[in-house]
Design a protein. Structure first.
Length: 225
């Protein structure tokens, strides 16, 4: 995610072995994609957004942004253009750009299921964790994070972190071998999946896919109260 903090653990050729502080996740990234230490003051709250070369909607788009992306305030003053308020920013790679302030507005979220539904149709991307593309555990982690709850990154880690329940309710997670979904009620589930290649809603036990899901269900988990 643009501007996300990383702890650099080791370098090997063009790659860096890193860890994300917020969930302790380990992985490799290209060294050229790891910037210097900085202290971003702004957080994108829009699901998807763009940064522009100039403060106008017809200007060149210089970056794709997503919810959770971190930016620094740029040099200069805010600009108002046709009732739109533009904020100068510095992108994680150091590039100067402009964003509309509406993408930085505070958004209160209290229900992870409602947040997950806002991502219906977003493409499935293995390892993704944004509205531009995400996988199953990326969706659940993002939905819980929107409500202030810090889930681990992978499905098996999320399963271990939650309390096991026999009867699901809205907001609980459903676990399968290598997969996780977020329950909307006792049977319907929203999940990012490689069958639809998108975030979709499916009903456990309904149709061929729903039947296969139900047959492989490992159980349900609930955020500790």
């Amino acid at each position: 995610m643009p501007g996300e903090a990383l702890e650099r653990l080791a370098d090997e050729g063009e790659w860096a072995w890193v860890r994300t502080p917020h969930d302790g996740y380990l992985g490799w990234v290209r060294q050229q994609e790891v910037g210097p230490a900085w202290a971003p003051e702004l957080t994108v709250t829009a699901l998807r957004a763009h940064a522009y070369a100039e403060p106008r909607v017809s200007a060149l788009i210089v970056a794709e942004l997503c919810r959770g992306a971190r930016l620094s305030r740029g040099a200069g003053e805010r600009v108002t253009e046709d009732h739109r308020c533009w904020q100068p920013v510095t992108l994680p790679d150091g590039q100067a750009a402009w964003v509309q302030e509406v993408i930085l507005a505070k958004v209160d979220v209290s229900d992870p299921a409602t947040f997950a539904l806002s991502l219906l149709g977003a493409p499935y991307v293995w390892g993704g964790r944004s509205a531009w593309g995400l996988d199953c555990s990326g969706l659940t982690q993002l939905a819980y994070a929107a409500c202030g709850a810090a889930l681990p990154r992978d499905a098996d880690q999320q399963e271990a972190a939650l309390q096991r329940v026999a009867v699901p309710q809205r907001g609980d997670l459903a676990f399968f071998p290598g997969h996780v979904g977020l329950m909307l009620d006792g049977r319907r589930m929203v999940h990012a999946n490689a069958t639809a290649m998108a975030v979709s809603v499916d009903t456990l036990g309904e149709g061929d896919y729903g039947g296969r899901l139900l047959a492989s269900l490992r159980g349900y988990g609930r955020w500790p109260t």
